[in-house]
Design a protein. Structure first.
Length: 404
């Protein structure tokens, strides 16, 4: 039997050890653990000083929290790893600040899968590395209010409704209560509509139930989200930051980077998370490809005294802002989806904007786009990691670029 000390965590959260000069990945290991191998197979792990007690009974089978076994300090430090690795692949380096991590039970959004398996209904999250569903009765990351609603949703799904396909329920905590979006269920069935109303009665905090196309099945109040004092209607398919803590951290970073800029472009504005935060002091032009998001911002209730927010419905992948358009702004905020914004970054590199605040949920595409900006004459400042998906390998970030 060979024993070895786990030295570090890799970019996907696996422990890394060295055996006779070979780099070996140890799933579920923490730095400082002692791993025992026989014929290159892991047979035992002795816990080290950086291992933590499990905080959820579903840890292991559930695919969501694969870093729950490490200490909070180790996890926060590790969040820098995927960022540093992505930068290195593009020949970049930057100061990476200590991560801001959302606390347990702070997730305000969750998507549950309802799947029949072996004649038994399972409601929960997808299992790690499989197509099975982990039947949940607890979760250490999503809010207690959402967890408490799982039994009622389980009763809503019966064999007749979920036999043919997996049902899904996307739950979001809004200003008015819980908004539920259903998919994979025949919502044209009259029985389903009656059951949706019955489900709402069992959930006293529920304000709306709709399908994936936005059709209302039941509604007591129009769900809204308050963003920097602005109440915005929440479309069923709209993007929203996973936690309020994470949203606040991202906004504070962006506001700091914008400084005293008075004319700002918010590219991939979504529902206006950054637009409204910046409009208290600056004129903002918000550019967004989603018609539902633009419509929601048009109906938003803005307080008196807020600067103007001009809305532009635009496909930013097919028609990114040109360099000449960008030069009319003092500063730019860009928060693209996971695919990044290669074409838009190319145009930004050719513009003469003083400050760019880049928000990203994917270090790989961020680093690719950052390389374009640096090659175009920008300096990459410090990077702020934000961990909204506690104990997962998912990390968001904010970085500032300034003209050299």
């Amino acid at each position: 039997m060979t024993s070895v000390c786990v030295a570090e965590l890799g970019a996907r959260g696996d422990g890394i050890a060295d055996i006779d000069g070979r780099r070996v990945y140890v799933p579920g290991a923490a730095p400082g653990d002692i791993a025992y191998f026989e014929d290159d197979k892991l047979v035992r792990l002795d816990p080290g000083p950086e291992r933590a007690e499990m905080r959820c009974p579903h840890y292991g089978p559930c695919g969501g929290c694969n870093l729950q076994h490490v200490s909070d300090e180790t996890y926060a430090t590790w969040l820098k790893t995927p960022i540093r690795s992505a930068l290195a692949q593009h020949g970049l380096d930057a100061d990476i600040l200590p991560a801001i991590v959302s606390p347990p039970q702070s997730r305000r959004r969750a998507t549950f899968v309802a799947r029949w398996s072996g004649g038994r209904l399972q409601v929960g999250f997808s299992a790690a590395r499989s197509h099975h569903t982990v039947d949940l009765d607890a979760c250490a990351t999503i809010s207690a209010e959402i967890v408490a609603d799982i039994p009622a949703f389980r009763r809503f799904i019966d064999k007749d409704l979920a036999k043919k396909a997996d049902g899904r329920a996307h739950l979001t905590q809004t200003d008015q209560g819980l908004a539920i979006t259903l998919s994979g269920i025949d919502v044209d069935d009259v029985t389903v509509r009656l059951e949706a109303a019955a489900l709402a009665e069992r959930l006293p905090d529920c304000c709306s139930i709709s399908d994936a196309d936005g059709e209302i099945l039941w509604q007591a109040q129009l769900p809204t989200i308050t963003l920097s004092g602005v109440r915005v209607p929440l479309p069923s398919s709209a993007f929203l930051q996973a936690t309020k803590d994470g949203e606040t951290a991202l906004i504070n970073c962006v506001k700091t980077l914008m400084g005293d800029a008075k004319r700002i472009a918010d590219i991939f504005s979504g529902l206006g998370t950054f637009s409204y935060a910046l409009a208290h002091k600056a004129r903002v032009d918000a550019f967004e490809g989603s018609g539902a998001a633009i419509s929601a911002m048009q109906r938003a209730q803005r307080p008196k005294g807020m600067k103007s927010v001009t809305l532009h419905h635009r496909d930013l992948f097919r028609r990114p802002l040109a360099a000449d358009e960008l030069r009319t702004f003092e500063a730019v905020v860009i928060d693209p989806p996971r695919a990044g914004a290669k074409a838009q970054s190319t145009n930004l590199a050719n513009a003469n904007v003083d400050i760019i605040a880049a928000v990203s949920c994917n270090p790989a595409t961020f680093a690719r786009d950052a390389r374009l900006l640096v090659d175009g004459g920008y300096s990459l400042g410090a990077i702020q990691p934000v961990g909204q998906f506690l104990w997962s390998t998912h990390v968001e970030l904010v970085a500032g670029f300034s003209r050299r």
